[in-house]
Design a protein around this ligand. Structure first.
Ligand SMILES: NC(=O)c1ccc[n+]([C@@H]2O[C@H](COP(=O)([O-])OP(=O)(O)OC[C@H]3O[C@@H](n4cnc5c(N)ncnc54)[C@H](O)[C@@H]3O)[C@@H](O)[C@H]2O)c1
Length: 306
């Protein structure tokens, strides 16, 4: 099996790379990345190769089509900082380049498993279902919605091509530290609190998110690889938890009693409440999340401490 992982030096992509090389030791795995938010240290121990390049570069896709052939593409590369406001850059990187990728997949007859986002739902009413509430509030969410539209168009025109889109909710876990301020709040709060500093969050910490541990996200990707399906799926736990709850769990796990400091949210747009309906992924992919927030944080803290 020949595998291409775009964004493989990043958080989710590198975790997929390690899971694949363990489960399929004979697979030939290539990471394609421009190292804008990824880091080589995420790939220490990775036995495959790296192609350094930008997914916006059409010549790169031509070069890949001429010189490589892949059986499957995990597409994770994107501008992942949701506060970036440059609309052209966001659209070119996240959405337009996807057409070149899908055209290459057509030529190779490769399965495509790509990252969309819960950002497509904006502040619509939870629980979020795949067909409803597609009202992104920022250009990041809009670019992901456009990726889904492009994917649906290819699914319709080329039904033999297998395309799976994952609307990840809030993913946390090892290898996200190089995302800096875009790393999960779980990571940022854990590091602060481990240094004895008080956690700081937006007033009043009751905003809720569907937090999903990286192991469950990797599992979803492996299921998509193994199953003969196409479609767009929410990948989350199906449960929303608040930032105050994260701090409570961290205080308990770290044996600290640090008091929360609240401050005003500086953004015009902020998702107040996300919670996925994961019944479609459960029914069509057999996806069942294994980690509750408590279990995910406990597992993650072992890695952060190490
Ligand atoms: N982490 C989450 O909570 C979350 C939630 C929803 C969706 N997603 C999506 O999952 C995917 C992976 O996100 P992540 O959390 O691993 O973020 P990440 O920033 O760690 O990974 C993105 C990777 O893509 C690379 N990249 C960026 N622009 C590129 C370009 N033009 N050409 C080549 N490589 C480029 C970066 O260097 C990085 O390695 C993204 O598509 C993201 O939008 C993530």
């Amino acid at each position: 099996m020949r595998v291409l992982i775009t964004g493989g030096a990043g958080f989710i992509g590198s975790n997929i790379a390690f899971a694949l090389q363990e489960r399929y030791p004979d697979a030939k795995i290539y990471v394609l990345d421009n190292f804008s938010s990824g880091h080589f240290k995420n790939l220490i121990g990775f036995r495959g190769e790296v192609i350094t390049g930008d997914i916006r570069d059409r010549e790169l896709w031509e070069y890949l089509r001429r010189n490589f052939a892949f059986d499957v593409i995990f597409h994770e590369a994107a501008i992942t900082d949701t506060t970036v406001e440059d609309q052209k850059l966001m659209m070119e990187t996240n959405a337009d380049s996807f057409r070149d990728l899908l055209d290459s997949a057509l030529e190779w007859n490769a399965k495509v498993i790509y990252a969309s986002s819960a950002g497509v739902y904006g502040n619509t009413e939870p629980p979020m279902r795949e067909e409803e509430g597609l009202e992104p509030e920022n250009i990041y969410g809009f670019s992901k919605l456009m990726m889904d539209r492009i994917a649906m168009d290819y699914m319709e025109r080329f039904p033999e091509l297998r395309i799976v889109g994952f609307r990840y909710f809030n993913v946390y876990g090892p290898r996200e530290s190089y995302k800096g301020k875009s790393a999960s709040m779980i990571y940022q709060l854990a590091v602060k609190m481990m240094h004895g500093q008080r956690p700081r969050i937006f007033k009043w910490g009751e905003q809720k998110r569907d937090f999903v541990y990286i192991e469950d996200v990797v599992k979803a990707n492996l299921l998509a690889l193994e199953k003969d399906v196409s479609g767009i799926f929410n990948i989350a736990t199906g449960r929303a938890r608040s930032f105050n709850e994260i701090i409570e769990i961290l205080n308990r796990e770290l044996g600290t009693n640090l008091e929360t400091e609240y401050f005003d949210c500086p953004y015009d747009f902020y998702q107040e409440f996300t919670q996925a309906d994961i019944s479609k992924a459960s029914k069509e992919l057999g996806y069942e999340p294994e980690y509750s927030l408590e279990e995910g944080i406990r597992e993650y803290l072992k890695h952060i401490k190490a």
